[in-house]
Design a protein around this ligand. Structure first.
Ligand SMILES: Cc1ncc(COP(=O)(O)O)c(C=O)c1O
Length: 419
C-alpha cells in the first residue's frame, strides 16, 4: 500500500496540498482517490476472498467522491432519505443501495421503496410494519434485511452499538419473538441479516472475535427462520490510526485469524448462495483525506506559542477531539513545506481554530516547525466524518472547500451546502 501520499510531509503530498489551498482557499479538505484505490486493493487482497464491499455514505457523502465510488465498490449503504437521494443524484442504481438507520420516517421509507432501493435494513418491528404497509400500497414486495444487535461486543472498539442498551437493530434476545412476525408480513421478503455492532477498532483479534459472534448469530437466526440468505452484512469495525504512535490495522492477521471460521461458515449448505458483504466507511476514505487550515494569527501566551487558524472545530469537529473522543488527543499534523531545510526546527505549539470557545483546539503542544502567519497546516486522517460531521454554521465562518485529487489532477468538489 506504499504511496507517496500515504506518508506525512512528503514533497509530492505537500505540492498537491499547497496547490489545493492556493486554488480553492482554506479551510479545505483534500481527498486523494489514488489512496482509496490502494486501500481497496489492499482490502480485497486480504479479505476479498470472502467479502464484497459496501461503502457507508455517512463517512463521506461528498457528491464527487460518491460518483467516483460507483466504479470502485460493490454497493452503497445510506442512512437517511437525504443520503438515498444523494446516491441517486450521483448516478448509483437504486438496486445497489441499502438503507440502514434506527429512526426511518414514513416519508423516507416511502421515497426509498418507491425509488427502488435494493434493500431496506429494518431496525425494528415498527419499521417492518410500516414498510410492509407502504410496499402494499405501492403494489410491491420489498427486499429487506434485518439488523440485529448482538448481546456482546468484544473490547477494543472506539464506539459500540450493541452489547448493552442500544437504539440500533433488534436485540438478539427479542429475535425469537419479533423476527417471525416480520417473516409473516406479505409485502416484505427477507433476503438477509445485518450486524454493525462496533466501529474504529485497531485490534485484529477484536475484529476476528466480533465477526465470529456475527457468524454465530447469523447461523442461529437463519436456522430459526429457515432462511437461506442472499446476503449477510458484516459491519466491519475496521479502524484507522488517527494519533501519532498508533499502528495500522493488520488485515493479514484478520484474514489468518478469522479466515478458517469464514470458510467453515460458508461450507454450510445453507450459505451456499450467500454473499458476505463488508460494510465500512472510514477504513477506505479516512486516510485518503487531509484537512488544510491557514494560520491567521500567532500569539505567544504565557510560555506557549499558539497558531490560530482559519478553520477549527466548526469545519472539523473530529480533529478537535469533540466527536466521540473521551480524552482529546492530537491527530497527526504537519506543516506544509516542512522545516525549510532545517531553518525551522521543531518546537511544541498549540493550534486553535477561529471560534470564540476554548474547545476549538486542533492541537496541543504539537511538535512542528515554527508556525508563522500565512503558514499552512495539514491534518491527516480526515477523509471520513469531516464536513458533514461538523457544526459548519457555528459562528458563520466560510464553509470548507472540498477538493478531489485524482492522479496529478485537482478538482473543486465543494458541494453546495446551502450558503
Ligand atoms: C450501520 C453503520 N454502517 C456503517 C458505519 C461506518 O462505520 P466506519 O466508518 O467506522 O467504517 C457505521 C458507523 O457508525 C454504522 O453505524
Amino acid at each position: 500500500m506504499s504511496n507517496p501520499l500515504s506518508e506525512p510531509g512528503t514533497a509530492t503530498l505537500d505540492r498537491h496540498l499547497a496547490e489545493a489551498a492556493e486554488r480553492y482557499g482554506t479551510p479545505a479538505y483534500v481527498y486523494a482517490t489514488d489512496v482509496i484505490t490502494a486501500r481497496l486493493a489492499h482490502l480485497r487482497a486480504h479479505l476479498g476472498r470472502w467479502f464484497s464491499i459496501s461503502f457507508a455514505v455517512k463517512s463521506n457523502p461528498n457528491p464527487a467522491l460518491l460518483g467516483w465510488m460507483r466504479d470502485q465498490v460493490d454497493q452503497l449503504d445510506v442512512s437517511s432519505g437525504g443520503e438515498f437521494a444523494l446516491g441517486r443524484q450521483t448516478g448509483w442504481q437504486p438496486g445497489l443501495i441499502s438503507f440502514t438507520g434506527p429512526a426511518k420516517r414514513e416519508a423516507e421509507l416511502r421515497a426509498a421503496i418507491s425509488g427502488g432501493v435494493g434493500e431496506l435494513v429494518l431496525e425494528s418491528l415498527r419499521e417492518a410494519r410500516l414498510a410492509d404497509a407502504i410496499a402494499a400500497e405501492l403494489g410491491r414486495v420489498q427486499p429487506v434485511m434485518i439488523r440485529l444487535a448482538p448481546a456482546r461486543v468484544p473490547k477494543g472498539f472506539g464506539d459500540q452499538m450493541a452489547g448493552r442498551p442500544s437504539p440500533f437493530g433488534i436485540d438478539v434476545e427479542n429475535a425469537p419473538t419479533e423476527l417471525p412476525q416480520i417473516a409473516t408480513l406479505p409485502n416484505l421478503r427477507i433476503i438477509g441479516l445485518h450486524i454493525y455492532s462496533g466501529t474504529q477498532s485497531l485490534k485484529s483479534e477484536a475484529i476476528c472475535e466480533n465477526w465470529r459472534i456475527f457468524m454465530q448469530v447469523f447461523s442461529e437466526i437463519c436456522v430459526s427462520l429457515d432462511l437461506r440468505p442472499e446476503k449477510l452484512i458484516f459491519g466491519s469495525g475496521l479502524g484507522i490510526p488517527y494519533h501519532p504512535g498508533e499502528s495500522k490495522l493488520d488485515l493479514a492477521a484478520i484474514a489468518a485469524g478469522v479466515g478458517p471460521d469464514l470458510d467453515a461458515f460458508l461450507a454450510d449448505p445453507r450459505f451456499a448462495d450467500t454473499r458476505l458483504v463488508l460494510e465500512l466507511g472510514r477504513y477506505l476514505v479516512g486516510p485518503a483525506g487531509w484537512f488544510l487550515a491557514r494560520v491567521v494569527s500567532v500569539k505567544q501566551s504565557r510560555g506557549s506559542r499558539i497558531a490560530i487558524c482559519d478553520g477549527g472545530l466548526n469545519a472539523n469537529l473530529a480533529a478537535s477531539g469533540n466527536f466521540g473522543m473521551v480524552l482529546r488527543r492530537n491527530y497527526v499534523i504537519h506543516r506544509v513545506g516542512g522545516d525549510e531545510g532545517g531553518t525551522r526546527p521543531d518546537e511544541p505549539q498549540d493550534i486553535s481554530g477561529p471560534l470564540c470557545t476554548s474547545i476549538d483546539k486542533l492541537g496541543s503542544r504539537v511538535l512542528l516547525p515554527r508556525l508563522d502567519e500565512g503558514d499552512l497546516i495539514a491534518i491527516h486522517g480526515c477523509g471520513a466524518y469531516g464536513p458533514t460531521a461538523s457544526p459548519l454554521y457555528f459562528i458563520s465562518h466560510p464553509l470548507p472547500a472540498e477538493v478531489l485529487l485524482t492522479g496529478e489532477q485537482l478538482c473543486d468538489a465543494t458541494p453546495d451546502r446551502g450558503r
